[in-house]
Design a protein around this ligand. Structure first.
Ligand code: ZN
Ligand code: ZN
Length: 100
């Protein structure tokens, strides 16, 4: 568990540095599945366009004169449909670690 200790120490010691680093290491943040890199699809497979929102991730609702945009409920705003979910993370894109 060396990584966890290092992470805590750096939070205490160099909060300002961490703040600036967050933007650059955004794609390597903890918890992203290393198999699919957070794409949620099995490596080698492509997610399909969500048919409900046509890939936009949003649904347009008309209520009288009002037009509301809502996140698509089928793909939860992602615009993609995972056809072959990544196995280690079960399609969540988040690395699942065994409980201590
Ligand atoms: Zn994965
Ligand atoms: Zn959708």
């Amino acid at each position: 568990m060396k990584v966890d200790l290092d992470f805590k120490e750096s939070v205490h010691g160099t909060i300002k540095v961490q703040f600036f680093l967050i933007k650059t290491v955004n794609y390597q943040k903890k918890g992203v599945c290393s198999t699919c890199n957070g794409s949620k699809s099995k490596p080698g497979t492509q997610p399909q366009k969500c048919g409900t929102c046509q890939g936009s991730g949003f649904m347009t609702l008309r209520q009288g004169p009002m037009v509301m945009k809502m996140p698509c409920q089928t793909c939860h705003g992602e615009g993609k449909k995972i056809v072959h979910p990544c196995t280690p993370c079960k399609g969540s894109g988040v690395e699942t670690k065994p409980a201590k």
